[in-house]
Design a protein around this ligand. Sequence first.
Ligand code: FAD
Ligand code: SIN
Length: 526
Amino acid sequence: MVRKTDFLVIGAGIAGLSYALKVAEHGKVILISKADLKEANTKYAQGGIAAVTYQPDNYEKHIQDTLIAGDGLCNKEVVEMVVREAPNQIKQLIEWGVKFDQNEQGKYDLGREGGHSEYRVLHHKDNTGEEIQNSLVRQVKAHPDIEILEHHFAVDIITQHHLGKLVKRSHKDTECYGAYVLDLKTDQVHTFLSKTTLMATGGTGNLYDTTTNPKIATGDGIAMVYRAKGVIENMEFIQFHPTSLYNPGERPSFLITEALRGFGAILKTTDGKEFMSKYDPRGCLAPRDIVARAIDHEMKIRGDDFVYLDCSHLNEEKLKEHFPNIYQKCLSLNIDITKDPIPVVPAAHYMCGGIKVDMNGKSSINRLYAAGEVSSTGLHGANRLASNSLSEAVVYANKAAKESIQIAQKVSLQENIPEWNAHGTTYPEEMIMITQNYKEVQQIMSNYVGIVRSNLRLERALRRLEIIFKETEELYEKSVLSQKLCELRNLINVGYLIIKMAKSLHESRGLHYTIDYPKKGSVSEF
Ligand code: FAD
Ligand code: SIN
């Protein structure tokens, strides 16, 4: 079946939903999501969305904090643009019905997180993401020009390659004509043709054993664009959140928001000693790369499985009022956070790199835009400042919408695209091949491509991944497509990019720390 639309949106988190609402005023939109519309990383965001609202905060302070966290790799022009445009895009969220907490004087109740020199994080209790996701989902459902297709999995984007033409990596004339999409209810692959396409498929957390990301985060958009020969960058910069709840067997790991440390909670070793002041003058509120590495180090030298986050000295009523979900979650595990320390460990949390886009959210492929966690805009550099991702997503969704609207007026739908060829494929005999390889990829990445890296570990990871890559490609060629198989293939592609980029960066910077080059001061050879 062939479906035609002006704007194809792949992904229904904050980036895809807010873009869809903007372009829908100018044409027909098809919005696809591989899961239920409510399931996205966005739903899990806790701390909030960073933006300058009141004095003594100002743009310059937010810009400086972002640049410092990014450890020399941010694009300053992008940082300035996002910081200055974030307040307006947050107003737009409020117009779409998102509610942020206010104090008794009617001012926004601002939180603070690691690396922020001021209180500037707007939030809704400790479930900001759910509030945003629910409000935007309500809006798209009510829009007459947005067709929503849940449980539809984008397999690959369509380019000149599918017309039988040679497509070279980073070629400036490559164009995106839409995507092949697997209907997960019927197992049929359909052709979606569009004037412009937005990739908004979110992050890659499921590459790791321990992650805060829900199971949808399998790097699909990055893998699709890489296969289509688009430009991907900064993949070595994977952010591990310092404090996920230590609760073996639970997946995804439950996040203990950094806003709790902003509120005064203190990291301690299992014998009750504060340790962050040994590592950084900013203590528990140092940027995330520093705190995660410090925790990793303490756990390794002490042989502990976790460290503690202690809130027992904080005001009990205020703690419960600001962090009701964390309080309830911990209580369900017999941890009363007003009295007991919370056991925490770092967990894979955010992909700073991704599909390289310009300041209008355009990728290296014409008619293809990217926004949100899947993209690499230049805002985060080598390490993202907490709560900057939601702001980045709304600012870039707006930018990409503006340009896509213009492009859609100029181009027409591509003719003669062949339909998906499933000839000769069969259902895999044993799903264990897929599930086992999926687990192995997670083990390889966790053991060898984690918070602390080395040449030896990266080499080993690459060799192991190559074996799984070959096995999976063989299976893919002869199999009827399934979500699990496509996700495995995407994770392998993304893992490969992370390792290759990590191997070629001969220095330690931001989130990339290697014992072979422990200092800053080199350039990437990738
Ligand atoms: P997502 O919200 O992840 O949406 C991705 C969408 O793409 C989903 O609809 C998914 O189904 C769909 N999709 C994926 N692959 C396919 C495919 N192949 N075909 C079709 N659809 C597909 N950031 C902050 O700024 N502040 C915070 O407080 C904060 N807290 C966080 C807490 C947690 C626990 C986590 C996990 C992240 C947090 N982050 C936070 C990061 C932030 O939530 C994400 O970066 C952001 O929500 C990503 O939004 P997105 O729209 O790019 O992607
Ligand atoms: C948190 O609430 O600690 C997560 C914030 C973020 O990832 O930006």
